[in-house]
Design a protein around this ligand. Sequence first.
Ligand code: UDP
Ligand code: MN
Length: 329
Amino acid sequence: MADQAFVTLATNDSYAKGAMVLGRSLRSHKTSRKLAVLIGPHVSEPFRAVLDKIFDEVRLVDVLDSEDTAHLTMMERPDLGVTLTKLHCWTLTHYSKCVFMDADTMVLTNVDELFDREELSAAPDPGWPDCFNSGVFVFRPSNETYGKLLRYCSEHGSFDGGDQGVLNGFFSNWATADISKHLPFLYNLSSIAIYSYLPAFKQYGANAKVVHFLGKMKPWSYTYDTRAKQVKGDTQEAATHPGYLLRWWEIFSTAVVPMLAEQHGDRHFHSGCVVGELEVGMSQLQASDPEPPALSSEERKQRWEQGQADYMGMDSFENIQKKLDTFLK
Ligand code: UDP
Ligand code: MN
């Protein structure tokens, strides 16, 4: 399976944090496929070094620098910067098939079965289900398709300003042509769906396979109290991601922050980890081990892998619903 890969994209250090957690989540669920990340020139050196450790391939894509048609398209459509960078994933022709995943996604289980699907397979967008959401999709790298996509881009632009508009315009028969290209919603579960159809989430949410932190607030926009094991910030928003946001921060604070700290040496970097009001450094992170939780993190992880995370305890549905009720009032 060396010729198949999960692919993500990070044009800056913030999205690189997301890519790191995604990569770790794929590894911890023992994917048999390669992991590749496309990065932009603004990702800093220490962040690249950590991406290098998690991913099999870190590829720098600089659309402005490139000699190809992307450069020309970019000149005509400067608004489509990140979009064009994402389309670069079609140039990874040393792979026969790939699954693209946004840097703000995280897997809760092994999802290698996605490689049984064909281009272009994706899950419905929660806002307009006749469009697919471009946060998770199966594709076949091909320079020919890449060229056609760029041509489409320069001629038609993007109806929503991003890659999702371009891709839905290009793969325009997705909604009607072939049901096998409709991924179950569980492969791209976003918070918006949780509160727009709560009973469905209650019924099916435990089977979620991929969480997508779609929208303005990303996991790294919050801070995380490592001692209290709580996400801080706009808790109304946080409440719509039940245990998922906590899970993201658990991976980030325990697996990613130590790697970033190692790369930064004595230099400060923004970990987003706090104890109380104070941002904590690496030494404090290690020293602040609180009284052991009722479940070891390994046990918790196993539960997550079985899709049973937190639903019985602090993230019981009653608790989520209470928070949502106050939110919706
Ligand atoms: N992205 C990036 N840098 C940016 C914006 C986006 O690298 O400044 C990449 C990243 O992989 C991200 C994807 O493009 O997950 C899509 O953007 P985003 O997830 O923010 O959009 P949403 O899913 O919220 O619509
Ligand atoms: Mn996204």
